[in-house]
Ligand binder design. Structure first.
Ligand SMILES: N[C@@H](CCC(=O)N[C@@H](CS)C(=O)NCC(=O)O)C(=O)O
Length: 203
């Protein structure tokens, strides 16, 4: 197996954290420099026509892209700890929260970054108004997270799951996106501090 990796970019990091939480050693890493547009070459486009990272290439040449697809593949190979849940109820709740966060906070933070950050000028047809519209949504997304974390150690209860990885990475990526985390979201601050202290978070 080989992992086409994108360094500090959020989606490759989600996958590296997932490997670490599983206690599975990372496969061979193939660094792909997004800033140098290495993911836009014809060679990489043959591997992933979406021209995005990460990509897990299996030994038979199959290329798995999409962060959650890669994580699901790994969960299937290494069921414990169950980061997508154990029983049906857990699996439903984790899917719900992971999807809520991907379509909500994660997506808004990415849109702010892509449409306002100088490093994205050559990679995105930047629409500053779209960055502003997404920036305005962030507090609403944060409030939903904060409420959920008020009564739970993690997003889906007492166990760490893929939904925490997605949400925690979205919070991390607010910094380079120049979005402040308001002081009053104390439950998010508590939970995010705990995630940041996990050894996997250094990935
Ligand atoms: N839906 C994909 C999104 C992957 C994605 O957007 N990756 C970013 C890095 S975090 C990327 O490759 N960006 C390159 C670009 O925007 O040109 C996933 O979940 O993996």
């Amino acid at each position: 197996m080989r992992l086409y990796d994108g360094g500090r970019a959020p989606n490759p990091r989600r996958v590296r954290i997932f490997f670490a939480e599983k206690g599975v050693a990372l496969p061979e890493l193939i660094p792909v420099d997004i800033a140098r547009k290495e993911h836009l070459t014809p060679e990489f486009t043959r591997i992933n026509p979406m021209r995005r990272l990460p990509v897990l290439e299996l030994d038979d040449g199959t290329a798995l892209a999409e962060t959650v697809a890669i994580c699901r593949y790994l969960e299937s190979l290494h069921p414990q700890p169950a980061l997508f849940g154990g029983n049906a109820k857990e699996q439903g709740q984790i899917e719900m929260w992971n999807r809520r966060v991907e379509l909500g906070l994660f997506s808004s933070v990415m849109a702010v970054f892509r449409h306002s950050h100088p490093s994205m000028v050559e990679l995105e047809n930047q629409v500053p108004e779209w960055a502003d519209a997404n920036r305005e949504q962030i507090d609403d997304h944060l409030m939903i997270l904060d409420l959920q974390l008020a009564g739970n150690s993690y997003l889906c209860g007492e166990s760490f799951t893929i939904a925490d990885i997605t949400a925690g990475i979205a919070i991390d990526f607010m910094k380079p996106s120049r979005i402040p985390l308001p002081e009053d979201f104390s439950n998010i601050r508590r939970w995010h501090g705990e995630l940041s202290a996990r050894p996997s978070w250094a990935a």
